[in-house]
Design a protein around this ligand. Structure first.
Ligand code: ZN
Length: 338
């Protein structure tokens, strides 16, 4: 990332773009950084590698440090998967805001919002697989539903795009269906899907109506990852057609999300109330709820199930052993004896 002034013609004769590490690369990087750190048996670095797309080597090193510090703070002599997961979430989203007092009403709204994503996502064929859903606020996010891609994706299909838009709308649709309210919690979902649908139409030629044509010539500047300039190389009429296509696709996806949730309101209520109860649900718990089964009581967790044990502990924050760090995660000095 260099200032455009430095990249004026004639200054550099070759430009090499170093991509972020792929899934195997990340697993390898994690292995290197965890070499001197005692890991519990439940730590599966391939799962972590799968859940960290877009992270650089430095991010992964930072995450491993953070996990080691968390383990030390939890008085553990080994780093468990729970710490690795929490460290990952901290890097992605900032630390959990456990101290933040959340009004019951907004907690309910978040629970239905995230349950909406989770239920819609689980019924779609081409979307990414559900990993975890939580209503513990972090950073600016009130709650998060994580989906993991099966592999590193360089290529996306139209089906994946449509399913992704549909599941992004699941949160908003659930809020409206159950609480008859619209909240600004869908801000990030809406920003993301708007960008995706425009790319589908104007760059990837995925609209039957407009055809395989690229609209809007881009002069991309790799400066803070921003697109600085876009020249309109199409007519006003095409601009209007693009807008209409955007609206058509989004409204079709909205209707699909609505239909999925209306057909399975029981699942939506079950997931939302389980979230209000436990704050975080993993994949297995989600599957049970979607099959209409009861979740096992919290106390009777299997011994190896550290992640959920940790989540239960979250309900009674212990300021002694689990202090909250305000602000963004900072790079920590690496502890020699974590
Ligand atoms: Zn959402």
């Amino acid at each position: 990332m260099l200032d455009p002034a430095l990249l004026r013609p004639g200054r550099f004769d070759r430009r090499i773009i170093v991509d972020m590490p792929d899934i195997r690369g990340r697993e390898g990087i994690l292995k290197v950084h965890t070499r001197k750190i005692p890991l519990a048996d439940d730590v599966d670095l391939s799962v972590t590698a799968r859940g960290t797309p877009g992270m650089s080597g430095a991010d992964l090193a930072n995450m491993v440090n953070e996990a080691a510090l968390l383990a030390a703070r939890h008085n553990r002599d080994k780093v468990t998967m729970a710490e690795v997961e929490e460290a990952k979430d901290r890097i992605f989203l900032g630390p959990e805001k456990k101290s933040k007092l959340i009004k019951e009403e907004s907690r309910r709204m978040t629970a239905y919002h995230e349950a909406g994503h989770a239920v819609v996502g689980s019924k779609l064929k081409y979307s990414d697989t559900l990993h975890k859903v939580t209503i513990i606020p972090r950073g600016r996010a009130g709650g998060v539903t994580f989906f993991l891609p099966e592999d590193d994706r360089d290529e996306v299909s139209k089906e994946w795009c449509l399913d992704t838009i549909t599941l992004s709308l699941g949160g908003r649709v659930a809020e409206q269906l159950v609480l008859n309210r619209m909240g600004n919690g869908a801000r990030a979902d809406i920003a993301g899907l708007s960008k995706l649908v425009r790319k589908m139409i104007t760059q990837w030629g995925m609209s039957e109506k407009l055809g395989p044509i690229s609209f809007g010539e881009r002069e991309e500047q790799i400066f803070l990852g921003r697109e600085i300039h876009q020249r309109q190389d199409y007519s006003e009429q095409t601009a209007q057609e693009i807008d209409e296509e955007v609206q058509r696709i989004v409204s079709e996806c909205y209707d699909r999300a609505k239909q999925i949730l209306e057909e399975d309101m029981d699942a939506l209520h079950a997931v939302a109330s389980a979230l209000l109860d436990r704050e975080t649900l993993n994949r297995e718990e989600m599957d049970l709820l979607l099959e209409g089964k009861e979740l096992p009581p919290l106390k009777r967790k299997a011994a190896g199930d550290e992640e959920k044990a940790d989540t239960v502990a979250d309900k009674e924050p212990d300021t002694e052993t689990r202090p909250d760090f305000p602000g963004k995660p900072q790079p920590f000095p690496r502890p020699d004896t974590p």
